[in-house]
Design a protein around this ligand. Structure first.
Ligand SMILES: [Zn+2]
Ligand SMILES: [Zn+2]
Length: 317
């Protein structure tokens, strides 16, 4: 199989070529991880980070949220510049330490632990969109070295931006209804009917392997209708937590505990049409090289229909 596919919900094009998986590889990579003795995210080292914005107890907290000591965008930058090609990077950059346990793995988290994390996301989305000038709030989790994590201790990042990045703008546009209908609603119906990529269905949300994945075994969770993430209630958050937990367990079993990125997409609630959210899980099994950097087209060697069959075989029931 060798075919180009365009993602119906995100707009990018990829190349799926199952023969590429048979290429020989001569390289090995060994990552040495330090122990927890000097970890700035462990309990007792709170002085090594900025003070908490929120935490769930003192001193024995289970999670902490605080400003990033090395922010990508600045709360009080100077000078302020805005012209055709330059815009000052004003915004907020926060870190959520998910657990006090240095060696915890995300596939081990229980449903209630994920629900608590999603509720923190809801509060931060509300709080950060209320800040003047914030256009998009990006929430993500980097797992492992290949996922881009620089510290082992389980954590996530929340970045509030003064602009809407191009890939987000494209995704927001796809989620809107026009005279021909809505690509989101049409595609969700099609995925449900087709079933070749379906991982799990709940009342309001579904999970499937991405039609046009950028990484092998990439999968996504979408609501069936147009929902606002900040307004999801307990039962839906629990369903979402259950799906995420099942998927992370299956990914670990199927692919040998790969590094990954977990990304929330969420249409901002100011000034744009229909609301929508999605979770993207991007296993960092392949790397991006000259072809990807030069063309923007990712080559993936595992067709998503095969990835779905293999993930489903290990999916907890
Ligand atoms: Zn730690
Ligand atoms: Zn729609």
């Amino acid at each position: 199989m060798a075919e180009f596919r365009t993602d119906p919900l995100r707009g990018h094009t990829v190349l799926i070529n199952s023969q590429r998986g048979n290429r020989p590889s001569e390289f090995t990579l060994n990552i040495n991880t330090p122990d927890d003795s000097n970890c700035v995210f462990c309990r007792g080292h709170e002085d090594s980070t900025p003070p908490s914005i929120e935490q769930d107890g003192t001193p024995d907290w289970n999670w902490r949220l605080f400003p990033n000591r090395f922010p990508a965008v600045l709360e009080y930058p100077s000078p302020l510049v805005e012209n055709e090609f330059t815009q000052t990077a004003v915004g907020r950059h926060e870190v959520l330490v998910e657990t006090a346990h240095h060696y915890a793995q995300p596939h081990e988290y229980g449903v209630e632990q994920w629900v608590e994390i999603f509720q923190i996301w809801q509060r931060r989305l509300r709080a950060l969109y209320a800040v003047d000038g914030i256009q998009y709030v990006h929430i993500f989790r980097n797992q492992g070295y290949r996922g881009g994590a620089t510290l082992v201790h389980p954590h996530q990042q929340i970045v509030a931006l003064p602009l809407i990045p191009e890939v987000i703008a494209r995704r927001i546009k796809i989620a809107q209804h026009d005279s021909t209908g809505c690509q989101h609603c049409t595609w969700i119906e099609r995925e449900t009917f087709d079933g070749a990529r379906m991982l799990e269905k709940q009342d309001e949300i579904i999970a499937f392997t991405a039609f046009a994945p950028r990484f092998p075994f990439e999968w996504q969770v979408y609501p069936k209708s147009h929902q606002c993430f900040e307004e999801l209630e307990g039962a839906t958050l629990r369903a979402l937590a259950g799906i995420l937990r099942n998927g992370l367990i299956s990914l670990k079993e199927t692919c040998g505990n790969p590094d990954f990125n977990l990304v929330l997409f969420s249409v901002p609630f100011r000034g744009v049409g229909r609301r929508l959210w999605a979770l993207d899980i991007l296993p960092r099994i392949s790397t991006q090289a000259g072809f990807e950097w030069g063309t923007g087209v990712h080559i993936v060697s595992t067709p998503p229909e095969e990835a779905c069959r293999r993930l489903r075989a290990n999916w907890p029931s």
